[in-house]
Design a protein around this ligand. Structure first.
Ligand SMILES: Nc1ncnc2c1ncn2[C@@H]1O[C@H](COP(=O)(O)OP(=O)(O)OP(=O)(O)O)[C@@H](O)[C@H]1O
Length: 517
């Protein structure tokens, strides 16, 4: 079983690496015992003018072996870190692609965010294993030599985890805030990139600069605060360990003066006792240095463990092509007071177009995203029943359609188009097969997105969800999009969110949403 601190941190394969770390640390502790024994005995021999070469050699060999063990631990930790990061990154990227790139948090974590895990794997985990093995073995050796010193160690060692816990408790909130600031910055950037054409169009792009500067500043100051606490905590732990060693040294000194303790035993204990506290101090320092890593891990788990929205809704896969029925659908965003959608009932006949309209913020996009299964349980709480939507036979056009391929034709083929040319003709993009999607105007990009929807319908999609397909497009593109939407009638059941009167006029049925509080 994995300890709670490691749960979710290590793929199964890496657990065996962790056991090997334990063995290497036990070996390191054995070399430390041999080194201390050799050095103490050699010192005594030198004081008495005897030949100390045997014990000096023992100490030297032990020191070299200890160095090798430390090196092996570092290499192994590096390998565990790489493997675990790779696995987590692959999961996040897969999730991100499943979401159609709609979850910026997954993208940030998979790139910059997961690098914060380096400190966690290469410092914290080895330090943790070392703290679990080394003090125990050294403590047993001290106990066998001098029980008084062992007792002092036993009484003072808990001070270090205690300090650690106190400091950790103090800064946990701050670390979470720093990570939240990074996410806010990334959300803001993603929103900005999506809305840039519109912002430039209405001449409001410059205002964003100040908001970005403010967010960047907030992230910087919160990160500095985390770093400062990590340095201070190292200092506090160092102090606790040094005072504890001093107490042991005083007891040894007094007993040496009164002849109650042999010099060799005193030296052995003094050499070992400092190393007894070292692993615990290292855990403390590494623990705070890997705060960002643990937070990144927590957030990665949140993204990965989040259920898809429709998974939360109860669904009935009634007769395919039998239209869409929604009953009692409610959507609550955690950050929003009141439901974005409340107890919605809707029935759309197969092969018809249902227009969803209403003032800005009434929940049109939310409704489509919920039906498309795009709202994760982290983003929103859903309840109600939906029937007639088979995720494999669904085509959803979000407000920010992206593209992944390098040519228009490849983009359509990716979505199942057998004859991209015919589809491009249908949306007025004839002859653009070889063009890079990024070179299209915003209106043309929307038309390409509509062509993708047509491709999906050709290859069997029965339900189409279109979120503001004519938003921010020129009049010519809007006409082509209207044509494409019309061509969907009787081939698929279409739900269409829009403010565009001409587009709304094409619908067979209207759902007017109202603003909720
Ligand atoms: N991720 C979110 N977190 C919190 N609240 C949200 C989130 N997404 C949307 N909302 C809120 O839910 C409500 C419905 O938003 P939605 O985008 O669905 O409206 P809409 O009708 O599509 O608006 P528009 O016509 O401007 O696109 C709004 O009050 C919005 O602020």
């Amino acid at each position: 079983m994995k300890p709670a601190l490691l749960r979710g941190a290590l793929p199964g394969k890496a657990m065996s690496g962790l056991y090997l770390l334990g063995v290497l640390n036990a070996f390191k502790a054995a070399t430390m015992v041999a080194f201390a024994g050799g050095l103490a005995a050699a010192s005594l021999e030198l004081i008495h003018g005897q030949n100390a070469s045997g014990n000096l050699l023992l100490a030297a060999v032990a020191a070299v072996l200890r160095g090798l063990a430390v090196w092996a631990v570092a290499v192994l930790a590096q390998r565990i870190a790489l493997g675990a990061k790779e696995a987590l990154r692959a999961e996040l990227v897969e999730r991100w692609m499943d979401d159609g790139g709609a979850e910026p948090a997954a993208a940030v974590l998979a790139t910059r965010g997961l690098d914060a895990l380096d400190g966690y794997y290469t410092q914290f985990l080895p330090a943790l294993v070392s703290a679990a093995t080394v003090p125990l073995i050294l403590g047993l050796r001290i106990l066998s030599a001098d029980w008084v010193s062992a007792l002092i160690v036993l009484l003072t060692v808990p001070l270090i985890p205690l300090f650690m816990a106190l400091i950790g408790w103090h800064i946990q909130q701050k670390v979470s805030e720093a990570s939240g600031a990074l996410l806010r910055l990334s959300h803001h950037l993603a929103e900005l990139a999506r809305g840039l054409p519109v912002l430039i169009g209405v001449g409001r792009a410059a205002e964003q600069r100040a908001a970005l500067r403010e967010l960047g500043q907030e992230y910087r100051s919160r990160t500095m605060l985390t770093l400062r606490t990590a340095f201070l905590s190292a200092l506090a732990l160092e102090l606790a360990a040094t005072l504890s060693v001093a107490v042991v040294a005083v007891f040894i000194g007094v007993r040496l003066v009164y002849g109650q303790l042999g010099l060799e035993t005193g030296l052995l204990v003094l050499i070992l006792v400092a190393d007894c506290y070292l692993p615990l101090r290292e855990v403390g320092t590494a623990f705070h240095a890997s705060d960002d890593g643990r937070e990144a891990m927590r957030r990665a788990r949140l993204v990965l463990d989040a259920e898809r929205g429709r998974g939360v809704l109860s669904t009935e896969q009634s007769h395919p092509g039998g239209g869409v029925q929604v009953s009692g659908l409610s959507v609550h965003y955690p950050q929003r007071r009141g439901a974005a959608i409340s107890e919605l009932n809707l029935s759309v006949e197969p092969g018809t177009i249902c227009a969803v309209s209403g003032p800005s913020g009434c929940g049109k996009s939310t409704l489509l995203a919920a039906l498309a299964g795009q709202l994760t349980s982290n983003q929103a709480e859903l309840s109600g029943t939906v029937s007639g939507i088979d995720p494999d036979r669904l085509s959803w056009l979000s407000q920010q359609p992206g593209s992944t391929e390098t040519t228009v034709a490849a983009e359509l083929q990716l979505w199942g188009a057998e004859q991209p040319t015919v589809l491009l003709d249908a949306v007025g993009l004839s002859g653009r097969e070889g063009q890079h999607p990024a070179s299209l105007s915003p209106g043309q990009l929307r038309r390409l997105a509509l062509a993708r929807v047509l491709a999906r319908v050709e290859s069997g999609a029965q339900v189409v969800l279109l979120d503001e397909p004519t938003a921010h497009v020129d009049a010519e593109s809007a006409r082509w999009i209207e044509q494409a939407v019309l061509s969907l009638r009787s081939r698929a059941t279409v739900l269409l969110a829009s403010h565009d009167r001409r587009l709304l006029a094409l619908a067979d049925q209207h759902l007017e949403l109202e603003l909720t509080k």
